[in-house]
Design a protein around this ligand. Structure first.
Ligand SMILES: [Zn+2]
Length: 161
């Protein structure tokens, strides 16, 4: 995105992320954000408490403690997402101000399952985020949250604790 001071964390060879953790409160915030955008796709970022790379690299676990919804400006919001540019910049500042770090990008699939779509593969401009989360509302009463990491041009599912 060409934003200086971006809190993105890149993967080193020694820091493979295999697990993700979501507190009950954060899980409920994430689901609320996705449900309220329905039938459009919700999108936003997930932050962790630790500032800087430590949040992701201490033990290879992505720990989410905050949800920052971002307005979806895609031309077809029912089937795609694109971050509102000013929301995105404001969110990066808020995360830094709160001494957090960006640990993931999320979006919802209102109808499709929680698997990366062709558009998700093509839209990996956020490929340096530690994790990429898809929330499926295909069964609205029973949403599915699935985190992935992006490595070697492919999505790899993370175990969600
Ligand atoms: Zn998607």
């Amino acid at each position: 995105m060409g934003i200086e001071g971006s809190p993105f964390v890149s993967h080193g060879c020694s820091s493979r992320t295999e697990r993700a953790e979501l507190s009950a409160e954060t899980r409920s915030q994430l689901l609320d954000a996705c449900q309220s955008a329905y039938p459009e796709e919700a999108c936003g970022v997930l932050a962790g408490d630790l500032p800087g790379p430590a949040a992701n690299q201490a033990d290879g676990v992505v720990r989410v403690t905050a949800v920052y919804p971002i307005r979806n400006t895609a031309s077809d919001t029912a089937a795609a997402f694109s971050f509102h540019p000013q929301d995105w910049i404001n969110t990066l500042y808020r995360i830094q101000k709160n001494r957090q770090s960006l640990v993931g990008i999320y979006h919802s699939h209102p109808v499709q399952p929680a698997f990366p779509s062709e558009a998700d593969h093509q839209g990996m401009q956020f490929g340096s985020a530690a994790s990429y989360w898809i929330i499926s509302l295909a069964d609205r009463a029973c949403p599915v949250i699935q985190p992935y990491r992006w490595e070697n041009r492919a999505f790899h599912p993370l175990v969600l604790a």
